[in-house]
Design a protein around this ligand. Structure first.
Ligand SMILES: *Cc1c(COP(=O)(O)O)cnc(C)c1O
Length: 430
C-alpha cells in the first residue's frame, strides 16, 4: 500500500453521491471482521451500517468465506447464456421455497437497481403481450428504488435526481407517501387518495411499485401495514401488477422475513438484493408469478429481453447460498428481536433531546431524525473519533447493524449517537 492512497483516492476516484472537486473525506479500511471495521492506522470501528443493509452476518464470516473459496476453485464465472450451474440452480430452488408461494420464476441480475429495471421491463412486456400496452408506473413519494434511469424514474421526483435528468426520464405517476406511520392506528379514509388515483387512472398504469413498510433512502419512514393491504386490494380490483422492492427490507431486517409479511400480502413481482449474499458480493433477484412469465414468453416477442454479462455469477450465487443457509435455523429472529428491544430501550429516549425531531425503531433498524440537516463530514469524523461507523444523510442518523452485533457493541453505537447530539459543531456549517 502506498502512503498517498488517500490523496490518490481524493484526486481520481468517485465515491457515492460526492463531488470530485470538494469530496467528503474518506477513511481507509483495510479489513473487517464480525461487527468491526479496521482502519489503516489500526483503529477498530463498531459497524452500525452493515455496509448499507448487506452484511447481516457480519464481515469475514467463515461459512460464507469457505463457500466462496470452494466455488472459486471450481469457477468464479461462466456465461449464463446456454449454460446453467449448480450454485444458480441451488439458489433459485432456495428462493422459490423461501419466498411467498407463486413467485416461482427467478431472474438473477447484478445489482438492486438492475433488479428494478428487470421488474419494470417485465411489467411493460406483460402488458404489451396482453394487447393493451401500458407505459405508466405508480410510485410513492419518498420512495427510493435505485440510481439507473428506469429506477430513478420511480424514485421520489423531488428528493431524488429527477430534476437533473428530467428531460431524459419517462414520466410516471406519483402518490403521496403513506401518512399513517407503522405504530399509529389506521383511520377509515386513509386510503382515499390511493383509491381515487386508481379509479381515475387505472387504464394507463402497468404496475404499482413500492418499498413495503420501510421507505429507506427516501427518508427512513415506517408506514402502516394497512396501506400495503389497500394497495394489494386495489391492484387486484383493477388487474394491475404490484412490484415489491424488498432490496433493503428482505431477509429479516424489519423483524419479519419480508416486510410484506407485516401485511400478509404477496406481490406479483418481488425484487431482492443487498443482504441476498450476506453483503459479500453484488447480486440481485427478481421473482415473478408464472402468469407474468407465461404472458411474456407466449407473446409475439417470445422472450424476456434482458441478459446481463455477469448474470447468475457463480461466486455470488455461492455466497448467497451460504448466507441463506445461515438464516435457515431462524436464529436471526431472536437476534433481530434483541436488537429491536435494545433500540427501543436505549435509542428511543433520545426523543427528548431538543435537537431531535423523531426516533423510530422497527426490527433491526433505528432512526434518529434531527430537526435540521447534519454536517455529514464533521459528524462522520466525530463518530470515527469515537470508535463507530455510522453514516448519516440529510437530517437522519440511523443504525442498521449486522444481526450478530453484541449488545455491548450496540450500546457503544447508541451512546455515540447520544453524545454526538450535544456537540453543536456536528450540526452546523461554518
Ligand atoms: C439500495 C436499494 C436499491 C438499489 O440497489 P443497488 O444494489 O444499490 O443498485 C433499490 N431499492 C431499494 C429499496 C434499495 O434500498
Amino acid at each position: 500500500m502506498q502512503p498517498d492512497d488517500l490523496d490518490f483516492d481524493k484526486r481520481h476516484i468517485w465515491h457515492p453521491y460526492t463531488s470530485m472537486t470538494r469530496p467528503l473525506p474518506t477513511y481507509l479500511v483495510v479489513s473487517a471482521d464480525g461487527y468491526e471495521l479496521t482502519l489503516k492506522d489500526g483503529r477498530r470501528l463498531v459497524d452500525g451500517m452493515s455496509s448499507w443493509w448487506g452484511a447481516i452476518h457480519g464481515y469475514n464470516h467463515p461459512v460464507i468465506n469457505q463457500a466462496m473459496k470452494n466455488q472459486i476453485s471450481r469457477m468464479s464465472h461462466v456465461m449464463f447464456g446456454g449454460i446453467t450451474h449448480p450454485p444458480a440452480v441451488e439458489l433459485c430452488r432456495r428462493l422459490v421455497t423461501l419466498m411467498p408461494s407463486g413467485l416461482e420464476c427467478v431472474f438473477l441480475a447484478d445489482s438492486g437497481s438492475v433488479a428494478i429495471e428487470v421488474a419494470i421491463k417485465m411489467a411493460l412486456q406483460y402488458w404489451q403481450a396482453s394487447g393493451y400496452p401500458r407505459h405508466e408506473f405508480l410510485a410513492l413519494r419518498h420512495g427510493y428504488h435505485g440510481d439507473t434511469c428506469g429506477a430513478m424514474a420511480v424514485c421520489d421526483p423531488e428528493t431524488s435526481m429527477h430534476s437533473i435528468y428530467h428531460s431524459y426520464l419517462p414520466s410516471n405517476r406519483f402518490i403521496e407517501a403513506p401518512k399513517r406511520s407503522f405504530r399509529e392506528s389506521w383511520e377509515p379514509g386513509d386510503e382515499a387518495s390511493f383509491s381515487a388515483l386508481f379509479s381515475n387512472h387505472h387504464q394507463t398504469i402497468a404496475a404499482v411499485i413500492m418499498e413495503p413498510i420501510v421507505q429507506g433512502a427516501g427518508g427512513m419512514r415506517f408506514y402502516h401495514p394497512e396501506y400495503l393491504r389497500v394497495a394489494r386490494a386495489l391492484c387486484d380490483q383493477y388487474g394491475i401488477l404490484l412490484i415489491a422492492d424488498e432490496i433493503a427490507t428482505g431477509f429479516g431486517r424489519t423483524g419479519k422475513w419480508l416486510a410484506c409479511h407485516h401485511a400478509d400480502i404477496k406481490p406479483d413481482i418481488l425484487c431482492l438484493g443487498k443482504a441476498l449474499t450476506g453483503g459479500m458480493m453484488t447480486l440481485s433477484a427478481t421473482l415473478t408469478i408464472r402468469r407474468i412469465a407465461e404472458a411474456i414468453s407466449d407473446s409475439a416477442v417470445g422472450c424476456f429481453m434482458h441478459g446481463p454479462t455477469f448474470m447468475a455469477n457463480p461466486l455470488a450465487c455461492a455466497a448467497a447460498n451460504a448466507s441463506l443457509s445461515l438464516l435457515e435455523d431462524e436464529s436471526w429472529r431472536q437476534r433481530v428481536e434483541a436488537i429491536a428491544s435494545q433500540l427501543n430501550k436505549e435509542l428511543l429516549p433520545l426523543i427528548n433531546h431538543p435537537r431531535v425531531f423523531d426516533v423510530r425503531v422497527l426490527g433491526a433498524i433505528g432512526v434518529v431524525e434531527i430537526m435540521q440537516t447534519v454536517n455529514i463530514a464533521q459528524l462522520q469524523h466525530w463518530f470515527v473519533e469515537h470508535g463507530v461507523w455510522i453514516r448519516p444523510f440529510g437530517n437522519l442518523i440511523y443504525l442498521i447493524p449486522p444481526y450478530i452485533i453484541s449488545s455491548k457493541a450496540l450500546t457503544i453505537l447508541i451512546n455515540a449517537i447520544s453524545t454526538s447530539l450535544d456537540q453543536p459543531e456536528n450540526f452546523s456549517y461554518s
